[in-house]
Each structure stands twice: as structure tokens, then as C-alpha cells.
Write a protein that binds this ligand. Structure first.
Ligand SMILES: Cc1ncc(COP(=O)(O)O)c(C=O)c1O
Length: 377
């Protein structure tokens, strides 16, 4: 089956008793066990609605096993804490999501887990690998600079050294990019973003092979980051329209990126769909479309705060991936906790604006953004 069909049907289970076409929401947190093959409990990630939505995500990512979690960070910490022991080492990506960066730089230090930060270039990753390296964790495209990594090249380095290779696939979604096809072991999502897609859910997911998921699940159930049945159902419902939303968001983002590229009020646009993006060729090879996220740097003459306040119907809000276009200034939001010098070095400055492009009419989006830039000039 193709993605559009899997989004609607994979995992979903009709409600046989009354003939309903949707999966029923099973609210019970206490479940009879005498005639079951396993003991079921919401925190164990094995209740009906948890398994239905995990099965849909596994089908979309091409993975054997998976769990849905109460946030994207619960998914990331389950991977990292489930797989790494004190004295072991991980290679993580420079410029990854600020929350992941904080987890690594604070919790790893506290727990005695070693780490190196890599630019993501294959040669640099090879250099950072040590005899005790057990995990390589990357993102592509990255938040907020939309850098693109060569997934097949990176996965082959990890495989050659028997290192688990994991990726945050939040920006691409399983519709646009399937890292398992390129050799990645584990794929995680902040489901709060595109998977939920309506800015009303906080959830996450990890999928991968059974032997790794067993270790991750064993850790995750002790730490308690499970998702309840109602939210699992909302996520299942949202996933049914994932392909429609993400393809439309990608079309809109490409149009907005092109319009911004042509504006004299914009110094630089970061969008993998533009021919000027340094990894446009790699993105074209490994992604079906280029996604709904972009960022741009306003020129010196534009006050970023005045731009944000000049927007009329586009909200300045934290989070992304919803049906509505949203903007934010990463220095004040997602990367607020990163050290100032580190942000400046990466190019995450106050002039950088991130846009999560929604499903609205593209002409309206462009008019609103260019109009606010004019007002802020
Ligand atoms: C790329 C990326 N990964 C992970 C996360 C963390 O997800 P959550 O906020 O659902 O814990 C975020 C949140 O913004 C994100 O943008």
C-alpha cells in the first residue's frame, strides 16, 4: 500500500460490536489479564489505542516495532537513556533541536555519559567516533536552520562500526522521508508537530527493530512517559490526513520561500527546496518534497520584533507543524536555553525568523509575511 492508504487504514481497527468504522477509544486503565497473552497497562505502552496508533506509525516509517509517548522529549530521552550507560559515548548533531541539546549537555554530564558534537559531515562523524561510541543521533532537516544531512552516508558509517543510528524525523514526517530505507535503526518524532498537526496535542513516537525497541520500552515504562487512550485516538485521527496536510504545506512553503528569496528585505532564506540551498541535491534525492518549515534572516534595516508584531492573522507561537501558519524567533523560543556564543556561532541570531507554513491559501500567506516586512522597515 502507498502512504495515503496506510495513513488512513494501517493499524486502525473497526469497532465490530456496533459496526463503527473508527477504532473505538478504550478508556480502561485496568485490563483483565487471565486470558491475555500479556499483562496490559497504560504505562506499559501496550493498551489497545496505544498499539493501534503505534502500528500506523510503524507502517508509515517501514519499521517493525514502536511506541507512542507523551512528548517528543519522552521519545528522545527513552532512546538515549534506554540505550546508553555511564562511560559510553554518543555522537550528536550540532544545531539540533534546543531541547535535545539541553538533554545531552546537562543529563549526559550528570550521568557520566560521554558525548561529542558533530557537524554531521561524514568525515567529521568518523573522526568523532570512539571505541565506546554506542549511539549516533541526528536530525534532518534541522531546527531552525533547515540543514540537510546525507542519510545513507551517515547510516553506513554507523553500521560499519556497529553503532545504533537514530534520527529525529519531526520536520520531514514519514510522508516525505523514511530514514529506515536509508539504513537508520531508530526514527523518532515529536508528534506534537506534524503528526498531531492541529496544535492541540503533545506526544511523541519512537519506531525501530524489535531488539532495540525492547530495550527502549523497558526503560520508558520505568520513566512513565506514556500517552492516554483519548490522545492516542486524536493522534490516530490526525495521521489519517497527514499526507494531505504535509504535501500542501510543502507546496505552500516552496512558494513562500521563493517569494522571500526575491524580497530585498530578506538577507537569506533557509529552505531545502530552493536551488540555492547547499544540500538541495541531497534533499531532492532523499525527500519526496521539502516540507513545511523554513527560516529566513531579515536585513539590517528590519527590526525582527516589529516584524513579528506587524503580523495580523499569523500567530507568533512556539511549536510548529499545525494546519495554521506560525512564526517564531528561535533565540526567544526553541533555542532560548542555548548559550549565546554557541547560538551566534551557528547563525541563530535575533534576525532569524522561523516559519511553520500551514495549509492556508499560499497567496494570503505571502501577502501577510511580505506586508509585515514592509511595515517593519
Ligand atoms: C525537531 C524537534 N524535535 C523534538 C522536539 C521535542 O518535542 P516535544 O516538544 O513534543 O517534547 C521538538 C519540539 O519543538 C522539535 O522541534
Amino acid at each position: 500500500m502507498k502512504k495515503g492508504t496506510l495513513s488512513v487504514h494501517a493499524g486502525s481497527t473497526r469497532e465490530r460490536y456496533l459496526g463503527g468504522v473508527n477504532s473505538p477509544i478504550v478508556t480502561s486503565s485496568a485490563i483483565e489479564y487471565l486470558d491475555d497473552t500479556e499483562v496490559r497497562y497504560p504505562r506499559y505502552f501496550n493498551t489497545f489505542n496505544q498499539q493501534v496508533v503505534a502500528a500506523k506509525l510503524c507502517a508509515l516509517e517501514g519499521a517493525a516495532d514502536g511506541i507512542v509517548t507523551s512528548s517528543g522529549m519522552a521519545a528522545i530521552s527513552s532512546i538515549m537513556m534506554g540505550l546508553l550507560h555511564p562511560g559510553e559515548h554518543a555522537v550528536v548533531l550540532e544545531g539540533m533541536y534546543g531541547g535535545t541539546y539541553s538533554l545531552v549537555t546537562t543529563e549526559f554530564r550528570r550521568l557520566g555519559i560521554e558525548f561529542s558534537i558533530s557537524s554531521g559531515e561524514p568525515d567529521d562523524i568518523k573522526e568523532k567516533i570512539r571505541p565506546n561510541t554506542r549511539l549516533l543521533f541526528v536530525e534532518s532537516p534541522t531546527n531552525p536552520l533547515l540543514s540537510i544531512l546525507d542519510l545513507a552516508a551517515i547510516a553506513s558509517i554507523a553500521r560499519a562500526k556497529d553503532i545504533v543510528c537514530a534520527i529525529d524525523n519531526t520536520f520531514a514526517t514519514p510522508i516525505l522521508q523514511n530514514p529506515v530505507e536509508h539504513g537508520f535503526d531508530l526514527v523518532m518524532h515529536s508528534g506534537t508537530k506534524y503528526l498531531g498537526g492541529h496544535s492541540d496535542l503533545c506526544c511523541g513516537a519512537v519506531v525501530g527493530p524489535v531488539h532495540l525497541m525492547e530495550r527502549i520500552r523497558a526503560h520508558a515504562l520505568m520513566h512513565g512517559g506514556s500517552l492516554n487512550a483519548q490522545e492516542c485516538y486524536l493522534l490516530e485521527r490526525s495521521l489519517k490526513t497527514l499526507e494531505l496536510r504535509v504535501l500542501r504545506q510543502s507546496e505552500n512553503a516552496l512558494q513562500l520561500a521563493s517569494a522571500l528569496e526575491g524580497s530585498h528585505r530578506v538577507a537569506q532564506v533557509h529552505y531545502p527546496g530552493l536551488a540555492a540551498h547547499p544540500r538541495h541535491d541531497v534533499a531532492t534525492r532523499q525527500m519526496k518534497a521539502f516540507g513545511g518549515m523554513l527560516s529566513f534572516r531579515v536585513t539590517d534595516g528590519i527590526d525582527p520584533d516589529a516584524f513579528l508584531r506587524a503580523l495580523d492573522w499569523i500567530p507568533c507561537a512556539v511549536s510548529l507543524g499545525g494546519v495554521e501558519t506560525m512564526v517564531c524567533q528561535p533565540v526567544a523560543t526553541s533555542h532560548q536555553r542555548m548559550q549565546h556564543e554557541e547560538r551566534e556561532r551557528l547563525g541563530i541570531t535575533p534576525k532569524l525568523i522561523r516559519v511553520s507554513v500551514g495549509i492556508e491559501n499560499p497567496e494570503d500567506i505571502i501577502e501577510e509575511v511580505l506586508g509585515a516586512l514592509d511595515s517593519a522597515a
